[in-house]
Design a protein around this ligand. Structure first.
Ligand SMILES: Nc1ncnc2c1ncn2[C@@H]1O[C@H](COP(=O)(O)OP(=O)(O)OP(=O)(O)O)[C@@H](O)[C@H]1O
Length: 193
């Protein structure tokens, strides 16, 4: 990607290199993410997508290169991610799972939870236990948990994995909607072209 003025970007990663036990997984990777855009990362299994996302979100701290998160207005951009996590409590309802996540984030406001459940289309399923959710509903619930803190940048690792065609269309519409209405910057990955 062409390197412009770094102030144009909400998230940049430059010259990222990551090895596991001498095995190089990422070799001089640079990405420049513009605010309000949607980016897709395509790569086969094991190509390092998850590793890159974990680096961008701070879950991996030992790597070479630099990651820098820009500002939105005056605050540092908030980054939320769904990368094999957050884990769900299967014996709790959708609402209770959201409540637990909200508690961790210091959000003590049920109206924010209800509003987010509505955003991800689960308002009518809030009392259903997570263990009874379909994969599509599970993905929506995880997305809802990631949206609770109103992120500026949303990172989703292989969100359509395992979804049926209707589920894929629904998730795409939801992401487009978040991008159009809230101006959310979205990074997503897939192994499916
Ligand atoms: N903690 C770890 N320790 C050692 N090797 C790891 C570790 N995490 C990932 N790897 C290896 O790094 C490579 C890249 O893995 P990564 O999960 O980033 O790829 P990916 O593109 O996300 O693949 P997938 O589509 O399977 O999730 C793989 O060969 C994997 O086995």
């Amino acid at each position: 990607m062409e390197e412009n003025n770094l102030n144009d970007y909400i998230l940049t990663a430059e010259h990222i290199k990551k090895e596991y036990n001498g095995n190089t997984v990422l070799r001089d990777v640079s990405i420049y993410i513009k605010k309000g855009e949607i980016y897709g990362l395509i790569g086969k299994n094991g190509s390092g997508k998850t590793t890159l996302f974990r680096i961008l979100t701070g879950l991996i701290q030992r790597y070479n290169g630099t990651v820098s998160v820009g500002k939105v207005n005056t605050h540092k951009s908030k980054v939320s991610a769904v990368i094999n996590s957050p884990s769900l409590f299967l014996n709790l309802s959708a609402f209770e799972n959201m409540k637990a996540q909200a508690f961790l984030l210091g959000i003590h406001n049920d109206s924010r939870i209800k509003q987010t459940l509505k955003t991800v289309g689960l308002q009518d399923y809030k009392n259903i236990l997570a263990k009874n959710f379909s994969l599509g509903m599970t993905q929506r619930l995880k997305l809802g948990m990631a949206l609770l803190k109103t992120p500026d940048i949303l990172i989703l690792d292989e969100p359509i994995n395992g979804l049926d065609p209707d589920g894929i269309v629904e998730l795409r519409e939801l992401l487009l909607n978040l991008n159009h209405t809230d101006g959310m910057t979205i990074l997503t990955s897939s192994q499916i072209l």
